[in-house]
Design a protein around this ligand. Structure first.
Ligand code: SF4
Length: 363
């Protein structure tokens, strides 16, 4: 990056930055760009030498494990135990040419690797115990974070060591039992009060509202989500965010979510919303249906999108550029065929019917 090139394999790098690269190449706002806007993410070494490459980490993101109670259509076996079980039971998913899709086969190497990470968790907890005071942010992800036993282990460490400036963030799908949800929140609230952490952020993953989203995120029940979300909105001591993934299945379901967040902002004005397009699943990306297909939906979303602060306005611009970056005006027929082929396979396994939920996508 210092020589103006992404560290891709072709450029002699590790390729580990491709996730952000793909988002930026598609006109999106990557984690890399988001981090640049946060002052407390700058390692102190860079104050003296802006080109330093051995620096104190300021943010730690931990994917605790893959235990998840959902199997979102754009997720895969690396991240969700539900997905892993389904692939083991029914076998690989195939592409249009009948070839197994990378990451969707029972012998995918990440599936095996994830089963043997307990040693890594111990090392991470130990690192956190010794170095946590130097971090600005700690993010926990899954799977579903509230269902992971390691969550309690991390909370134990934070309670003992106490990092009064640390911003602690949990990412959750909110399909959690209410008792577990409220008891973890109560524990974290006490940690904030006792200055064991500086701030708590809850980032809820939700792509829209309605039956389209219950299909796209298999296992989601909007009623339950809505109940816990409303409960979180009333917890003004914490900072609440929504994080949405845009796919062809979520575009028309986004407006009700925007309306709901606007309504909740009357109670808690600090709820932020963030959006990104699905990555590495071109068949699910709205681009498969072409720019014109979504014209009215995008106008509607941009009109509804709040403009209460800078973050709102920058996300609004980001959504606009995400859709104007779609190069094809008309549907890409091969990708649309792949979209149907992919969902047909899922329907057989899940006893669902995407054509009933999304008649407008059956073109
Ligand atoms: S909730 Fe998250 S980890 Fe679970 S299936 Fe959905 S995207 Fe994957």
């Amino acid at each position: 990056m210092l020589s103006g090139k992404w560290p891709t394999l072709e450029n002699g790098g590790s390729g580990h930055c491709n996730y952000c690269k793909e988002i930026e190449d598609n006109g999106g706002k990557s984690d890399r760009l988001n981090m640049l806007e946060q002052a407390n993410q700058v390692p102190p070494e860079l104050d003296k030498n802006p080109r330093a490459t051995t620096v104190t980490p300021k943010i730690l993101e931990i994917f605790l494990n893959d235990t998840c109670n959902m199997k979102c259509t754009y997720c895969r076996a690396d991240f969700s135990s539900q997905w892993r079980n389904e692939i083991r039971k029914f076998g690989a998913l195939t592409d249009l040419d009948g070839r197994p899709m990378l990451g969707y086969t029972p012998d995918h190497k990440f599936v095996k690797k994830r089963e043997d990470i307990s040693g890594l968790v111990d090392k991470t907890v130990d690192w956190l115990r010794r170095n946590g005071h130097q971090l600005s942010r700690l993010h926990l992800l899954g799977g579903e974070t509230f269902y992971q036993t390691e969550l309690d282990e991390i909370l134990d460490v934070l309670e003992i060591t106490g990092h009064k400036n640390l911003e602690f963030n949990i990412i959750s799908n909110l399909m959690v039992k209410e008792e577990r949800f409220t008891s973890v929140l109560e524990r974290i609230k006490k940690m904030c009060r006792d200055r064991k952490i500086g701030r708590f952020d809850l980032t809820v993953s939700i792509d829209g509202l309605g039956r389209e989203i219950e299909y796209a995120r298999t296992g989601l029940k909007c009623d339950h989500f809505g109940k816990l979300f409303a409960l979180a909105v009333r917890q003004k001591w914490m900072v609440l965010h929504t994080n949405s993934v845009i796919t062809s299945m979520s575009v028309k379901a986004l407006p009700p979510l925007i309306e709901q967040v606007k309504e909740h902002r009357k109670i808690n004005s600090k709820i932020s919303m963030r959006i990104n397009a699905v990555q590495r699943m071109p068949q699910l990306h709205p681009a498969a249906f072409g720019r014109d297909f979504w014209k009215h939906d995008i106008e509607n979303i941009l009109n509804l999108w709040p403009a209460d602060d800078m973050h709102d306005r920058s996300q609004r611009d980001h959504i606009g550029s995400m859709f104007s970056a779609i190069k094809n005006q008309d549907p890409d027929l091969r990708l649309v065929k792949f979209f149907k082929h992919y969902l047909d396979q899922l329907d057989k396994r899940r006893n669902t019917n995407w054509r009933e939920v999304f008649p407008y996508l059956d073109i």
